[in-house]
Design a protein around this ligand. Structure first.
Ligand code: NAD
Length: 487
């Protein structure tokens, strides 16, 4: 299987190569096979990309929002027409099952182009402020050159979730995908050109943790939006602060999912499984601390065990497959070491906990794993694992579970399953997180704001709220009379 792109980078409307850059091998996670060889951006490539963006941005910003929106909507249509091809590429890039990528990856990116393309005319308006005979007005102006840096779990979605709001606001973007998943973003750049985007406005360059700082520290960059881990977020935010750049930080989590004894138990189990095993557990907002009220613990665990052991693990290109490999060998090692810690610290292994032996080849597979009797102090309850490992914790009452759910440095998401409507809202109100779900989990349509609080980050993606993070207000005060000076 090969997925070699024409060249490593896409700058100023064209594929560009610089073989002086360090080699990045793109491996298919299901087999370990090398499917593409690319080069990390050299400083010259970084300069080229930022210069192209800077050159193209003013003319784009001068276009009407409707004209910009029309191009983004065309890009959405092309993505939907090519959904199968893009989904297969996403599966090759990430190892995620085609069953998922075909419904959740390019389609989610297309939603973003469609939404921001469609709201352009209304969403970017300013306001009129009456001041007696004088008045003021505000206008929403773009920031300039924006940098997007992506994680490896949703490469195409992240490339679009950052690109669409940046472009509709009149900015240009330089996007750097994760070194683990370099392929998808290049296709997004190609499609935008095909949709009519003027060259230079959406550039993709490859690279790793040494390339990111070249972008973040560049004086011509006005904004950085990162999707990544908390430690990376701290470094990027600190670097951006050096030149007072705008930042959006979409970081990690250890989110609570609370199941009360009056919940529809099968829905709660379904929510917990989706919130722990989708994308082989590599989802930032996953509800990895599942608090189950003690009176339903045994029923919950026995049904959860049966459903988990029924999941189909295997070839991600097979539409029946529900669990694919981890993205990389290193990530599997990390997940396995957490599973070992869970066992060593006394959690009860309900199911999984190993490498599935029926999957042949060199793929980075891990069994979907459930631990019960997990306590708040255990490492697996405190640290983000980013793999298919669910921790089930017991609780007795509402006040206790809220305090324990909030006892974390993270604050990305959370969920509550209950049939008591007032309790659902009361608990959601008290959980410290950016996005909460009642009686469902992990749904993130483009219409709703998404982002974290506490150490999970700041800024919001999607919805009208994202426009505020890719633009700023300019205020104009208009004096209508003579200037009365006291001197
Ligand atoms: P990571 O932090 O290792 O890397 C993220 C990106 O940052 C990569 O492109 C990497 O090359 C780049 N990078 C690393 N160091 C950098 C530096 N010093 N300066 C600039 N760029 C740098 O994260 P990952 O392992 O790719 O992804 C997993 C993490 O991402 C998890 O913690 C997960 O929760 C988080 N995540 C968050 C969201 C969200 O929306 N909140 C979504 C997906 C993933």
């Amino acid at each position: 299987m090969k997925a070699q792109p024409i060249a490593s980078h896409f700058i100023d409307g064209e594929y560009v190569e610089d073989t002086d850059g360090t080699v990045i091998e793109s491996l298919y996670p299901a087999t370990g096979e090398v499917i593409a060889r690319l080069h990390a951006a050299t400083p010259a490539i970084v300069e080229q990309a930022i210069a192209a963006a800077k050159r193209a941005q003013p003319e784009w910003a001068a276009m009407s929002p409707t004209a910009r929106g029309r191009i983004l909507k065309r890009a959405a249509d092309i993505m939907r027409e090519r959904n199968r091809e893009l989904s297969e590429l996403e599966t090759l890039d990430t190892g995620k099952p085609i069953q998922e990528t075909i419904v959740a990856d390019p389609t989610s990116g297309a939603d973003s182009f469609e939404f921001f393309g469609g709201i352009a005319a209304a969403g970017l308006n300013g306001s009129y402020i009456p001041l007696g005979q004088d008045f003021a007005y505000t206008k929403r102006v773009p920031l300039g050159v924006c940098v997007g840096i992506g994680a490896w779990n949703y490469p195409q979605q992240i490339a679009c979730w950052k690109g669409a709001p940046a472009l509709i606001c009149g900015n240009a973007m330089v996007f750097k995908p994760s070194e683990n998943t370099p392929l998808g973003a290049l296709k997004i750049a190609e499609i935008l050109i095909e949709a009519g985007l003027p060259k230079g406005l959406y550039n993709v360059i490859q690279g790793d943790r040494t390339t990111g700082p070249l972008l973040v520290n560049h004086p011509d960059v006005a904004k950085v939006s990162l999707t990544g881990s908390v430690p990376t977020g701290r470094k990027v935010a600190a670097a951006a602060a050096g030149s007072l750049k705008h930042v959006t930080m979409e970081l990690g989590g250890k989110s609570p999912l609370i199941v009360f004894d009056d919940a529809d138990i099968d829905s709660a189990i379904g929510g917990a499984m989706l919130g722990n095993f989708y994308s082989t557990g590599q989802v930032c907002s996953n509800g990895t601390r599942v608090f189950v009220q003690r009176s339903i613990k045994e029923t919950f665990l026995s049904r959860l065990k049966a459903r988990t052991e029924n999941m189909v693990i295997g070839d991600p290109m097979d539409e029946a497959t529900q669990i694919g490999p981890m993205v990389s060998f290193d990530q599997r090692q990390k997940v396995m070491s957490y599973i070992d810690k869970g066992k060593a610290e006394g959690a009860t292994l309900v199911t999984g906990g190993g490498i599935p032996n029926h999957v042949t080849g060199e793929g980075y597979y891990v069994q979907p794993t459930v631990f019960a009797d997990v306590t708040d102090e255990m490492t697996i309850a405190r640290e983000e694992i980013f793999g298919p490992v669910m921790c089930v914790l017991d609780f007795d009452d509402e006040a206790e579970v809220i305090a324990r759910a909030n006892g974390t440095e993270f604050g990305l998401s959370g969920g509550v399953f209950t049939s008591d409507l007032t309790r659902g809202h009361r608990v959601a109100d008290q959980l410290e997180a950016g996005t909460l779900w009642i009686n469902t989990y992990n749904l993130c349509p483009v219409e709703i704001p998404f982002g974290g609080s506490k150490q999970s980050g700041f800024g919001r993606e999607n919805s009208l709220a994202a426009l505020e993070h890719y633009s700023e207000l300019k205020t104009v005060y208009v004096g209508m009379g003579k200037v009365e000076a006291p001197y």
